[in-house]
Design a protein around this ligand. Structure first.
Ligand code: AMP
Ligand code: MG
Length: 467
């Protein structure tokens, strides 16, 4: 028994009791640690020896966990939600930083509605892998401390062992948490907003308009996050407002996937039949979500100097601010050092749309012509663009920092998960995890890690929520 593994100081419990419910995680006999993230232990100042399976599975607890209440627009419709299969074990403080330690798959809570509170082992391994890959790609993300297999069986599309993921974030506060406060306890909104500013944007207290500056900062960090997704070909899959972090952390790796063949309409989630969260729709959806966030801040307008017109004026800046960051990112991917040549960037994007070439490999081919034996790169049009880019001075140093060599190719992820489910062997999974830990440098590994699947695979590939 070691109750000192985490240094908890859970400030969320000092907030209005309407914001959370105390929850006891489900009883689990003999949980088994499948993965423990040593690098993250180091960042959190934790000794892996203290992190027993019972501590990680919430069986051996220093304090009472809570489930957090929130609301959200799911596929456009508003609802009251909350952690239905997760609990906040506590806020761990290390070196002046505060981290939420959350268990996902830990059983039912007052917010579970009809759900069973459980998670399958394949979906928790999947989240561990994606969050680790995103972190290594340099993208702001939730992190995964551990995956534990439980003794129960969880039935989704197939019967599988259950699992718990130990998830770490700066906080789990979402746009949807503000929507909850605004709709349920609006008089609490100033106090809650001050708390979030303290926690994530403390420097803003010193500005003369902290609430307006807060909205601006959330918009900026969210833009940075989505531009990063577009940089690496990430499709989040379920950008509901309850899955939008107030701190720009990518999280909730449910039906997410990576693009192989460039397609702005790419959708993989089984329930996203209208393509609301398609790859190329992530920019307009972010704007839509920010509008809902601005509406949630409306109760502040009657309780402070903030006006709704000021928030609308900020929203009007969205297109220019997003595009400036997107274009600068795309220029770096193309190795263009100057601010000019926007027409060349547009031409290149046009070629990508028409050719449906592999998104990741296209930029590696530009950097090192002849790397891939792909007919898309043998066309006159691609060669012409290559020459034009060379003429403006291809800066390979810039390119290497932003163009990954290795991404979690969907078919390789599925193969690794299937191998584990079929044989209990994690070695395929661990090998993929290792390759993805250092995605920007060339490695002497199986060339398959850089290979897109047959086009039919992607056309049929489907991902699922709540698995
Ligand atoms: P998500 O689509 O993962 O963002 O989930 C939306 C909401 O459904 C959240 O409030 C989750 O906590 C809840 N939820 C998802 N799966 C389950 C489950 N198996 N049991 C209970 N609640 C769930
Ligand atoms: Mg969610």
């Amino acid at each position: 028994m070691n109750r000192m593994a985490f240094s908890f100081d859970t400030t969320y419990k000092g907030l209005d009791p309407g914001l959370y419910s105390p929850v006891t995680p489900k009883r689990i006999a003999d949980p088994e640690i499948l993965l423990l993230n040593d690098g993250l232990c180091g960042d959190l100042g934790l000794d892996p020896a203290d992190l027993t399976a019972d501590v990680l599975a919430g069986q051996d607890r220093a304090e009472e966990p809570i489930a957090q209440a929130y609301a959200g627009h799911q596929f456009g419709g508003f609802g009251l939600l909350g952690d239905g299969r997760a609990v906040l074990l506590g806020e761990h403080v290390h070196d002046g930083s505060r981290y939420d330690i959350q268990l996902k798959g830990s059983g039912r809570t007052p917010y579970s509605r009809r759900g069973d509170g459980n998670a399958t082992v394949s979906s928790m391994l999947r989240e561990y892998l994606y969050s680790s890959a995103m972190q290594s790609l340099g993208i702001n993300t939730s992190r995964s401390l551990a995956v534990l297999e439980t003794n129960g069986t969880v039935t989704r599309r197939r019967r599988e062992p259950g699992a718990i993921l130990v998830r770490v974030m700066n906080s789990h506060i979402r746009y949807g948490t503000f929507q909850y406060v605004a709709s349920q306890i609006p008089t609490e909104l100033p106090r809650f907003t001050d708390y979030v500013i303290d926690r994530h944007y403390p420097q803003l207290h010193a500005t003369d308009r902290p609430y307006l500056a807060f909205f601006d900062a959330v918009m900026e960090s969210s833009i940075g996050m989505v531009v990063d997704w577009l940089r690496v070909g990430f499709v989040h899959g379920v950008m509901n407002t309850d899955n939008m972090s107030i701190d720009g952390e990518t999280f909730d790796y449910g039906p997410c996937a990576f693009l192989n063949y460039y397609d702005e309409g790419a959708v993989f989630s089984s329930i996203d039949t209208d393509g609301r969260y398609a790859f190329g729709n992530q920019r307009p959806i972010l704007r839509w979500n920010l509008e809902r966030f601005a509406e949630a801040l409306q109760p502040l307008c009657s309780q402070s100097a903030l006006t709704y017109e000021e928030l609308e004026a900020k929203l009007d800046e969205f297109a220019d601010r997003f595009d400036a960051r997107y274009n600068s990112m795309m220029r770096r991917k193309l190795g263009i050092s100057s601010d000019a040549h926007e027409d060349l960037v547009d031409e290149f994007l046009g070629w990508l749309r028409d050719s449906n070439a592999d998104y990741t490999n296209t930029f590696l081919e530009l950097e090192n012509p002849g790397t891939f034996d792909d007919p898309a790169f043998a066309t006159a049009e691609f060669e012409r663009l290559q020459e034009e880019l060379a003429a403006v001075g291809l800066n390979e140093g810039l390119m290497q920092e932003v163009n990954p060599r290795y991404i979690p190719r969907n078919y390789l992820v599925e193969r690794a998960l299937d191998t584990y489910l079929e044989s209990g062997d994690l070695s395929t999974f661990n090998e993929l995890l290792t390759v993805l830990k250092d995605p920007y440098s060339s490695k002497d590994v199986d060339p398959r890690y850089q290979q897109p699947p047959p086009r039919e695979f992607d056309a049929r590939y489907t991902t699922y929520c709540n698995t």
